[in-house]
Design a protein around this ligand. Structure first.
Ligand code: NAD
Ligand code: 2HG
Length: 529
């Protein structure tokens, strides 16, 4: 493998990064004490950046990163990474979504129990030499209702554990259905219903525009008096000011917080309240979780550099391995079809219509569409286009992309048909993989051809007249251009026709001009793919 430099800017398990250490050609640099400005200076020349939640991967940092290809988040939340900036620059972002689920769920339970039984408060009093058994009377969990807002990996694991404490569970998640809830033996409701019904509320959503301050003054207003609340997900899901007021007013009897609106914390007023127990973002801080997440991101980084595939991308849809193995052979053909059409049109696409037929119609085809777009866009935008940003850049450039699937593949096992609309007109092609013979372009506009989509090609639109093929051959021969293969297609005898030539070296502009001067020839396009 070529040399790749990986910068790790947050503390990470040394045992967990063994896939990086064990791969020849990968150099790992640990530097976990950099401030944002130092990091921005250091990032030049690094191919990968691995972070936890401390490093803020901002647009400014991404813009400074001249070689960065992949950002690995050793954990779940990617709210510290500017995904849009990374995607725009074609940088893949991967996370480790499963490795710390168990630890975060256990921490949530630890926080719930500590809060319900006031363990941290009692311990602090004992430390101060007090033997106070009256001030720290708690509440039981058994028979109480726990509201789970966000029923993903961690929310669901918390529910299983809380059921073990004989709590009743009511949950809200946009993906949770009545049937699923029944199967799990829990109740299901809207956020409002969950908040109204619960003695304890725990949040487990990501932090996004839609979930910022999800638990705000209005939400506290819906809750039961004496409710206790837990946040081991992300600071900002709960409005801290509203929480402070709700505790002061007596509405909220307890809060267990692992995460905060600002981290590291600077405003400690919430912690002055005796109802609050807190940890400094320790949900994933176990040896097991840290090893798991470091292994997961390291494996993805190695896999990306060696095979170009990852398991846990957050800015590129993941495709299951069994589907990937079916569509991967078509990647190269897809990109070539895009490049071929762009060369033929000599213009930029405004609309791309893609049709997948035959066996491919039963597959996830997103990666193929991205490869076609890559082929189209690379012609004008160069190598900065890759799988990660092809769709994003297409949208940014106002290109409409339509995908269609159909069963009939015209006798082929699978067929990819692409049409582009440009300022200069409409162009169509179709390609397939011929069993044992590799990729072929089998259609250009309405003509049937059989062309290997590689190397230097000449596409000639002409009128079907005796002698025209010979004249083309003679002229190219005079220019020193050797013809390797030639395909001819026509609509009808004496009608419109095309020639597809494979030539051994690129045709000079002068040869093309001379060809176009021949009376029977309408248009000549050079294609280099
Ligand atoms: N404290 C820690 O150290 C720690 C550790 C791990 C994860 N986390 C955080 O915990 C959270 C959950 O992680 P996860 O692995 O379970 O993620 P997940 O993606 O499996 O689950 C998140 C769930 O939230 C749901 N959701 C999204 N918007 C919602 C809304 N408006 N209302 C209700 N539900 C909504 C989603 O449908 C999804 O099911 C994340 O914020 C993650 O960053 C914190
Ligand atoms: O890196 C950590 O310790 C925190 C991780 C956690 O917040 C996550 O989202 O996975």
């Amino acid at each position: 493998m070529t040399n790749y430099k990986i910068l790790i800017s947050d503390p990470m398990s040394e045992e967990g990064i063994f896939p990086l250490r064990d791969t020849e050609g990968i150099t790992v640099v640990f530097d976990t004490d950099l401030n944002p400005q130092e990091l921005a200076e250091k990032i030049t020349g690094f191919d990968a950046l691995l972070v936890r939640s401390k490093t803020q991967v901002t647009r400014e940092l991404i813009e400074k990163a001249d070689k960065l290809k992949i950002i690995g988040r050793a954990g779940v939340g990617v709210d510290n990474i500017d995904l849009e900036a990374a995607t725009e620059k074609g940088i893949i972002v991967v996370n480790a979504p499963d490795g710390n689920t168990n630890s975060a769920a256990e921490h949530t339970m630890a926080m719930l129990m500590s809060m319900a039984r006031k363990i941290p408060q009692a311990f602090t009093a004992m430390r101060n030499g007090e033997w106070d058994r009256k001030s720290y009377v708690g509440v039981e969990l058994k028979g109480k209702t726990l509201g789970v807002v966000g029923f993903g990996r961690i929310g669901a694991e918390v529910a299983v554990r809380a059921k073990g404490q004989r709590m009743n569970i009511i949950a809200y998640d946009p993906f949770l259905t009545q049937e699923k809830a029944e199967e799990l033996g829990i109740s299901f409701g809207t956020v409002e219903e969950v908040l109204k019904a619960s003695n304890f509320v725990t949040v487990h959503t990501p932090l996004m525009k839609e979930t910022r301050h999800l638990i705000n003054e209005k939400a506290f207003g819906l809750m039961k008096k004496g409710v206790q609340i837990i946040n081991c997900a992300r600071g900002g899901i709960i409005d801290e000011k509203a929480l402070y007021n709700a505790i002061k007013s007596g509405k909220v009897a307890g809060a267990a917080l692992d995460v905060f609106e600002q981290e590291p914390m600077v405003d400690f007023r919430l912690l002055d309240l005796p109802e609050v127990v807190a940890t400094p973002h320790l949900g994933a801080s176990t040896h097991e979780a840290q090893e798991n997440v470091a292994i997961d991101v390291s494996l993805d980084v190695v896999s990306y550099f060696s095979k170009g595939v990852v398991r846990n991308s957050v800015n590129l849809p993941s495709v299951p391995e069994e589907i990937m193995s079916k569509i991967e052979p078509y990647f190269d053909l897809s990109e070539r079809l895009g490049a071929f059409l762009t060369d033929l049109s000599g213009s930029t696409a405004t609309e791309v219509n893609i049709s997948y037929s035959g066996e491919l119609a039963d597959s996830e085809v997103g990666p193929l569409t991205r490869n076609i777009l890559k082929g189209i866009l690379k012609r004008h935008l160069g190598t900065r286009i890759n799988d990660v940003n092809a769709m994003f850049i297409a949208h940014q450039k106002g290109i409409t992309v339509n995908e269609r699937k159909s069963a009939a593949a015209g006798g082929f096992t699978s067929l990819i048909s692409v049409e582009i609309l440009t300022q200069a007109g409409k162009w169509k092609t179709a390609g397939t993989l011929l069993n044992g013979q590799g990729a072929r372009i089998v259609r250009v506009d309405d003509y049937i051809v059989d062309v290997i989509p590689t190397g230097h090609l000449l596409f000639i639109r002409h009128h079907d007249r005796p002698g025209v093929i010979g004249r083309v051959g003679t002229l190219l021969g005079q220019e020193g251009v050797n013809i390797a293969t030639m395909q001819v297609g026509r609509t009808a005898e004496g009608g419109d026709a095309i020639m597809m030539l494979t030539i051994d070296k690129p045709a000079e502009a002068e040869s093309i001009r001379q060809l176009e001067e021949l009376a029977e020839i309408e248009k000549v396009k050079a294609v280099n793919i």
